[in-house]
Design a protein around this ligand. Structure first.
Ligand SMILES: Cc1cc2nc3c(=O)[nH]c(=O)nc-3n(C[C@H](O)[C@H](O)[C@H](O)COP(=O)(O)OP(=O)(O)OC[C@H]3O[C@@H](n4cnc5c(N)ncnc54)[C@H](O)[C@@H]3O)c2cc1C
Length: 409
């Protein structure tokens, strides 16, 4: 019996498990185990919507549905064993992983753990900034804003309520825009004048595009302006205090709520034999996506580092899917003691929500923005969900239920 253990049921891990279950459908000599600390598949591209939605607009149930698909629904009827638990240790010598309180034996191990927020050692950043990388994070941000609005009204404060978002990437812009879109309603509901609430994105360089095509910068700036979000560019954060961001240039930026979206790094994996890591803590892999020096440990998604410094493979949900597809092909070949072709990154895809029915869509060198890009984004998400939960359920969810988020400007 060949035991394949996949840790992480995100974009990479879940789709690999599903692919392998199909590939080994009639092979009883292979077992597939999928483990995750949560019992749902986490859909991060909708997380900013969950964090900025008001409870009167979108119920908790709708929020959960949009970012957390129950794994039971996806895995029923598939020959995959699911184990809920957190990975704490990889023992290469004994070929075992510790998940929660139990141990799992493996012949082939795939790490698909994704990423966590990066604070770059900036004093106070972790203590005072709220991260946004999980469903509980999104709910915490939403509750905190509600609480701040209510206390602001009761205190009859003179200075404005200020929300700051630290980040130089599409995720930070998406959250700022979603807040901008919903703030009118949220302040009206809490009987706080909209003009008393300030929203600011604090970015260390002069371009909001981050990893996106530079052409997206004017569109992002315009949309932020339209939705009443101030863009503070060229502000490198040196220190975070309870209510202040201190910049390198000596400026102090006041905030009531700070969301930290300024970077991410790979989840740390504790192991008996240290795994070689590169920048952002990502585990270095070879052309077969094997961790360096390890024949039977593979790494996919945001936790791995492939390519050289010049051509580093960017992490995105769609690239994690591409890597899952690659291992679906490569693992059966390796099991037959043959050498598979090497992994080749797919075309870069970026689908950035600009709030309402506006988006930026990038596919390789092609770039689109506006309503057409929004449609492309919806179709991309639809295709993804349809593969997981079936055509009709996906259509109902994408084109009807989650449409609630797109209302407004
Ligand atoms: C707020 C936010 C918004 C984003 N929005 C976008 C976007 O709009 N577009 C885009 O292209 N990219 C976006 N990304 C990036 C995107 O989420 C990643 O590129 C993608 O999810 C990587 O897939 P993955 O399979 O590596 O990891 P993930 O999909 O993150 O899956 C990792 C899985 O591992 C599990 N896990 C982690 N640690 C453990 C452990 N110790 N034990 C057990 N299980 C564990 C997690 O529960 C999770 O299910 C966003 C990321 C964040 C944080």
């Amino acid at each position: 019996m060949n035991k394949i253990v996949i840790i992480g049921a995100g974009f990479g891990g879940l789709n690999l498990a599903l692919g392998l279950a199909k590939a080994f459908k009639n092979d009883h000599n292979v077992s597939i185990t999928l483990a995750d600390k949560n019992d749902y598949h986490f859909f991060s591209p909708n997380l900013h919507k969950a964090a900025a939605a008001d409870e009167e607009l979108v119920s908790i149930k709708q929020l959960k549905q949009s970012v957390a698909l129950p794994l039971k629904e996806i895995l029923t009827g598939k020959s995959i064993t699911f184990v809920k638990g957190e990975l704490s240790y990889v023992d290469q010598a004994r070929k075992r992983v510790t998940i929660g309180r139990s141990e799992l034996e493996y012949d082939y191990l795939v790490l698909a753990l994704g990423q966590e927020p990066e604070y770059y050692g900036i004093p106070g950043a972790e203590q005072h900034g709220l991260p946004l990388s999980s469903l509980p994070d999104a709910l915490r941000i939403r509750n905190q804003l509600e609480f701040l609005m209510q206390t602001f009204r009761l205190q009859a404060r003179k200075n404005n309520l200020r929300i700051a978002i630290a980040g130089q990437n599409a995720n930070a812009a998406e959250l700022a825009l979603e807040f901008g879109k919903n703030l009118e309603f949220i302040s009206w509901k809490n009987r706080v004048p909209r003009s008393s609430v300030e929203l600011e994105i604090v970015c260390p360089n002069n371009c909001l595009a981050g990893d996106l095509d530079k052409a997206s910068d004017p569109a992002l700036r315009q949309r932020l302006k339209d939705l009443g979000v101030k863009a503070s560019l060229d502000r490198t954060i040196a220190k975070v205090e309870k209510h202040f961001l201190d910049t390198l240039a000596g400026e102090k930026i006041y905030f009531d709520l700070l969301v930290w979206l300024s970077g991410s790094r790979a989840k740390t994996v504790k192991s008996q034999k240290t795994l070689a890591v590169g920048g952002q803590g990502r585990i270095a892999v070879n052309g077969l996506l094997q961790a360096q020096g390890e024949d039977n440990i593979f790494v996919i998604g945001g936790g791995m580092r492939a390519g050289d410094q010049k051509q580093l493979v960017e992490c995105s949900p769609w690239e994690a899917l591409n890597q899952a597809k690659y291992l679906t092909y490569a693992l059966p070949v390796l099991l037959k003691n043959r050498r598979p072709k090497e992994y080749c990154p797919g075309r870069e895809i970026a689908a950035v929500d600009l709030g309402g029915r506006q988006a930026i869509y990038q596919y390789g060198q092609k770039y689109a923005e506006g309503f057409f890009a929004y449609l492309r984004r919806q179709c991309l998400f639809f295709r993804y969900f349809a593969d997981l939960i079936g055509f009709w359920k996906a259509a109902k969810f994408i084109f009807f239920e989650s449409e609630i988020f797109s209302r407004g400007k």
